[in-house]
Design a protein around this ligand. Structure first.
Ligand SMILES: Cc1ncc(COP(=O)(O)O)c(C=O)c1O
Length: 481
């Protein structure tokens, strides 16, 4: 037997060792710092290429002691940065099982393709798209947006953009519209699709950080007057900064009137439409031509899994299909399956990411996800009230979903905005360095904010009360110094 292979008993032993590590990590989660900074220990990761192997037990011991002990921290109940969820243990197991089959999910009549097709249908149902919608599970929200925008570019360029390219001679440039709160993956997509940052209009937002539709209308009219080709509007179904949800229904109407593609970035918020209580916030999402979803955010599946969902069947294949002689095109091949995912995105070889979404939904059911998402939003409400009740904090945005933005502003010390920005940045750094908490900094309408995002079924109200107390203590000591 090859030294790479293991017999079933050896596999059982190895699996048990790995399972023990996972369970020990869960047992000791609260005793460890939230953020596992490497710092001075970086020499651990500068070893030369190993010529000879070591027993797997030794390697597991090294990995547990030196690597797994220094995580990013998002499985900890006091991790609140970015939009990084705590991993559902069901998804962790699913990833292990998916890796074991190692099925290549480009297409074919094997079960993983049927599972991914079904997962896409379920996700489309959650965001309100019709049962005929198509899609693909992606590596995350960035690729979900990119894939959807590629389809939008293909559909809305008035010539064959795949043949001629995006900047064809004698043709008008196509223009993309999004709010000034849009995630930078949309900027990157515009760049990679050859559209050019110059043709991405960042529309100003109102006091609630929602795209101003009067300004959107004016920008479209100005571009038409200038001989450009307005093509795509990206609406936010939950912005990364504040969770603001654009007026999706009005954007859908405008896009229908103007003949534009309406793409909704639901990477953060889209999955919250699973809740009947929250769904009214997303009115109009069901009218989108495409939606970016991201189960590794608010469905708590381990990194990584996002999803592109497209209303009209065939749009993705028109965008990505590229036959090649070494791929299967024989109509009589027994390999042929229900979907060629290779035709729906840029990747050929793809892992079985859909399994963790599938197993999660089967184990927990829709209702449990709805309750978990609602609970995260209620926790954000709890934090907002705690901030409001404290004389030395000021809230910088209304929480729409599960994000709270605030800053320390001591009532007895007069500080200008520049000093407040620096102070709040240092409070965030102090919280992370303490090992106790991990919020993230951002800027809102020019002011530095402490941003807390809760996509974490382990967080409790006590964790948030402790955060407020610790932020105030650090703020007081910095302000007095
Ligand atoms: C609104 C929004 N869109 C897109 C993304 C990018 O998603 P990912 O990090 O999964 O690539 C994020 C990430 O936070 C996001 O919040």
């Amino acid at each position: 037997m090859s030294s790479f292979d293991l017999d079933p008993d050896a596999l059982r032993r190895l699996g048990r060792l790995a399972t023990e590590i996972v369970a020990r990590r869960r047992e000791t989660l609260l005793e460890r710092p939230v953020f596992g900074k490497v710092g001075e220990a970086r020499a651990l990761f500068e070893a030369p290429l190993p010529e000879q192997g070591r027993p797997v037990e030794d390697v597991l011991a090294h990995v547990e002691r030196d690597v797994l002990s220094r995580p990013f921290g998002n499985s900890h109940p006091r991790f609140f940065a970015f939009i990084n969820a705590t991993a559902d243990p069901v998804g962790v197991v699913a990833d292990y099982l998916a890796a074991d089959t190692n099925s290549n999910c480009w297409g074919g009549d094997h079960a993983s393709i049927h599972v991914e097709k079904l997962v896409v249908r379920w996700l489309a149902e959650i965001v309100g798209l019709p049962a005929t919608a198509e899609g693909i599970v992606t590596s995350g929200g960035s690729m979900a947006n990119f894939t959807a925008l590629a389809a939008a570019r293909r559909a809305k360029t008035p010539w064959d953009v795949r043949e001629e390219g995006a900047a064809a001679e004698g043709r008008p440039r196509i223009v993309v519209y999004a709010s000034d709160q849009v995630h930078n993956c949309v900027d990157k997509s515009v760049d990679l699709l050859g559209l050019g940052f110059k043709y991405l209009r960042k529309i100003p937002t109102d006091d609630g950080f929602r795209m101003r539709l009067d300004r959107l209308r004016a920008a479209i009219a100005a571009d038409r007057a200038a001989g450009l080709q307005p093509a795509i509007v990206v609406g936010n179904a939950g912005t990364v900064n504040t969770g603001a949800i654009d007026a999706l229904d009005a954007i859908a109407t405008l896009c229908a009137e103007e003949g534009l593609w309406f793409h909704a970035d639901g990477a953060y918020g889209g999955m919250a439409a699973i809740s009947e209580r929250l769904r009214p916030l997303f009115a109009g999402l069901e009218r989108a031509d495409s939606v970016a979803a991201d189960p590794h955010k608010w469905m708590y599946v381990p990194f990584s899994a996002g999803a592109t969902l497209v209303r009209d069947p065939g749009r993705l294949a028109e965008t990505f299909r590229r036959p090649a002689e070494y791929l299967i095109h024989d109509a009589e091949s027994p390999v042929n399956g229900p979907v060629s995912f290779n035709d729906r995105g840029p990747e050929l070889s793809r892992g079985f990411r859909a399994l963790k979404v599938y197993m999660g939904l089967l184990v927990h059911g829709r209702r449990a996800y709805a309750e978990a998402v609602e609970r995260d939003c209620d926790l954000a409400g709890h934090l907002a009230r705690a901030v409001d009740a404290h004389p030395d904090f000021e809230r910088l945005a209304e929480p729409v979903l599960s994000i709270v933005n605030f800053r320390y502003r001591p009532k007895d010390t007069a500080l200008d905005d520049v000093a407040l920005d620096a102070l709040n940045q240092r409070i965030v750094n102090g919280l992370v360095a303490s090992g106790g908490f991990f919020p993230a900094p951002t800027r809102l309408k020019g002011r530095a904010s402490m941003r807390v995002c809760i996509v974490n079924f382990r967080t409790t109200p006590a964790d948030l009360d402790a955060l407020v107390a610790e932020a105030a203590a650090i703020g007081r000591s910095l302000a007095s110094a």
